[in-house]
Design a protein around this ligand. Structure first.
Ligand code: ATP
Ligand code: MG
Length: 395
């Protein structure tokens, strides 16, 4: 077993070694190296205590925010590495966070606290792979298996329930039978997980190339994590299929899943997961646009673009396509419309509020919108004189 490790990472390991401390790559990066996938980051574990680590990296640029949990972030040649002291977690009385952490000098103990066997391997160039829980075998069999007793591990930390689904959806691995049974039984406890962490795992799950199977097999777990989805009922399978087709865009994927519930419920669902406002608005607008009915003629396309704008129109088409609805006519109508150069926003209209001084100020906004719709449908040219004539005659 010989992996290519970045030189800046080896430099951190060599620094520890020169001070007498072994260190290992651990967690997701070892899993990915074993799968011949380039890791997106490299985490290290060492028996050096937090105080010892600080001495070892004296003179390096470091970030100490995680030090209470034993993690020192070390900057090496522009890259950053999290170095964590071998650790065992204390009791989990809230079902989510350990009451405290204890440091240990046993690498095996550190690996034992980790969630799944494929995430519980350690590697160092000189020592090779250390794999006391047979993560290699589970990688080869493409299986997500809890380290130790799954029931106990999910009771300690309910986030692991969602992580199991997430890894299954991203790696395409099946969840081992006992692990799956335990997470199904304990699904109601995902309520203990913060909305932010649920969102993070849910978006990673939806972005996974293998989300389809997970969404189909674990709907009850998903409903426990996002209770609003439970009211989908019979509409769930089609919505889940649409969500799986949109894995390249997880915000739209979740919008697809929630689309049968309507725009308001979609906005509420995104809010309940504490997503950013931009994603919430985007999802709700896409669902509203879909519900408004997609345009199929040139004038309809104009009105649709005035109402929703082009980005939302594109999102609504993507939703419709994922839901298996025909979109060819809409796409043609939109591209034909865009070729006309007609206006779809007030800023593009040849008339402004100031041009309507003959009309009471409070009526101008509504009149401008009417003119915009007329110009968008082609009933009136987007020409100042023509629009003003229309406004003053029939305003
Ligand atoms: P990713 O590729 O998404 O970063 P990862 O496996 O590296 O996946 P992280 O969340 O970065 O996941 O966590 C790093 C490692 O820490 C995991 O591989 C696992 O060993 C351990 N770990 C993380 N979260 C938990 C948890 N809730 N319970 C137990 N172990 C965990
Ligand atoms: Mg990671």
């Amino acid at each position: 077993m010989d992996f290519r490790i970045p030189a800046s990472c080896l430099a951190v390991m060599e620094r520890l070694a020169s001070c007498g401390y072994p260190s290992y790559l651990v967690g997701g990066c070892v899993r990915d190296l074993c799968r011949a996938v380039e890791p997106h980051d490299y985490d290290l574990t060492t028996p050096a205590s937090p105080a010892e680590m600080k001495r070892v990296f004296d003179g390096f640029r470091v970030i100490e925010t995680g030090i209470a949990h034993g993690t020192l972030t070390v900057l090496s040649d522009g890259d950053s590495y999290e170095v964590t002291t071998y650790r065992v977690d204390g009791d989990y009385s809230d079902g989510r966070h350990p009451d405290g952490v204890t440091f240990t000098t046993s690498l095996e103990e550190d690996l034992r606290r980790r969630d799944f066997t494929v995430n519980a391997m350690a590697y160092a160039p000189d020592a090779g792979l250390f794999d006391p829980f047979d993560g290699q075998a589970d990688l080869a069999a493409r299986v997500i298996r809890a380290v130790g007793d799954p029931e106990k591990r999910f009771s300690e930390d309910a986030l692991r329930i969602l992580r199991a689904l997430r890894f299954s959806a991203t790696l395409g691995f099946t969840i081992e039978k006992n692990t799956a049974a335990a997470l199904r039984r304990l699904a109601p406890t995902v309520r203990r997980v913060s909305p932010e962490r649920i969102r993070e795992e849910l978006f990673k799950l939806l972005a996974g190339g293998f989300s389809r199977g997970v969404l189909a097999a674990y709907r009850d777990v998903l409903f426990a994590a996002v209770p609003a989805l439970a009211s989908l009922g019979d509409r769930y399978p089609d919505a889940a299929e649409a969500a799986a087709r949109l894995s390249s865009d997880p915000v739209l994927s979740l919008a697809a899943l929630s689309s049968p519930l309507g725009a308001d419920a979609t906005a509420a669902l995104f809010r309940s997961l504490k997503t950013d406002k931009k994603s919430e608005r985007r999802a709700a607008l896409a669902v509203a646009a879909l519900a408004a009915g997609l345009p199929s003629t040139l004038p309809e396309a104009g009105l649709f673009l005035v109402a929703f704008g082009e980005p939302t129109a594109r999102d609504a088409i993507a939703l419709a396509a994922a839901l298996g609805r025909p979109t060819a006519k809409t796409e043609r109508a939109l591209s034909d419309f865009l070729a006309t150069g007609r206006p779809t926003a007030l800023a593009e209209l040849a008339v402004r509020g100031d041009d309507l001084s003959a009309i009471p100020a409070r009526e101008r906004g509504e009149i401008l919108m009417r003119l915009l719709n007329l110009a968008a449908t082609g009933e009136v040219e987007n020409d100042r004189e023509a629009l003003l004539a229309r406004a003053l005659n029939k305003g």
